[in-house]
Design a protein around this ligand. Sequence first.
Ligand code: PLP
Length: 369
Amino acid sequence: MSIKRHRGTQVIHAGLPKAEQGKPFNNGPAFASTYHLSGPADSAEHQYGRFSNPTWQALEQGLSELEGGETVIFPSGMAAAAAIMSSLVVAGETIVLPSDGYFAIRAYAHEFLEPNGINLKLVRTKDLLAFDYTNVRLVLVESPSNPLLDVVDIKALSAKVHSAGGLIAIDNTTLTVLGQRPLELGADLSMSADTKALNGHSDVVFGHVSAATSMLIERVRLWRKLAGNIPGPMETWLVHRGLATLDVRLERMVSNAQKVAEMLANHPAVKSVRYPGLPSDASYAIAKEQMDHFGFIISFDLGSIQAADRFLQAASLVFEATSFGGVHTIAERRARWGTDNVPEGLVRLSVGCERIVDLLDAFETALAT
Ligand SMILES: Cc1ncc(COP(=O)(O)O)c(C=O)c1O
């Protein structure tokens, strides 16, 4: 009898080798550029390091089980996004991207797809459901979006895009597969920058794409093989190791984030707060229905560059850095990059695994400055 286990349990076991007497729980990284291969070129499981690797296979098997669709891993989240856009859309076709999502994804499309005849349309996350998808080949959106945390109804959007004959991919980076399963909600592809919470230790850049059909994932896999955009075995092994603790890390991060968001929402120095777990937030209703947790990212506006910088300098325990999803709490004034259309005083905060008592103390002290 097969038992459907909780996904929080699955992450600990996903992709591990079959238990065998005297064998390790987890195989180490397989460092190989080539493999013994005599006779016909396809007579061995592994032939050449750009085509496949046993360490990739283990992680891909684990992620496929969790995502509910076959998975291909990449050396970064951007490589995963580029693989989707470059392998599934050709000249004359149209891609829709969020105008308020992670900026490098629209920058890639602008720099490398538009000049080759692919049309690009940018739509705000909150306007996605009202958009007309006639003649759109691919929609690649984030939910919740980074950095403003707007949430789109993935089921409804998938139905709308499909009825117009297009494909929909969801960037699931801000929640991970333990927060939302885009393929189950109707998307054709799910992708993630595993650099963030999935690896979780701020020491690896990584990504993956999962797809609902073998036709789609084979195009993505072929793009990886021919573009040579492959992950290293060491990074792959580290991400697999990080995956095992994803559930326990998220449990702490999400519960911390809820408490920090509530504190920020009631603080007179804070102009506004975005966190999908606040009942007053514009994303709350759909987030509650669609997501398994509210995430660990909070965006809040301190009203000015000076106030945000003062806060970041005064907040002990908080590393000022870009990125999110690690065990350490980090924050940055997002407008410093000049790439996002956000208020100058907006701080994007990624809440880590520290004890809540210390976090609240650090934030209250810093806000008092
Ligand atoms: C939502 C989202 N998608 C994709 C990426 C790109 O990931 P990477 O930096 O691993 O290439 C990021 C990076 O911040 C991101 O926030």
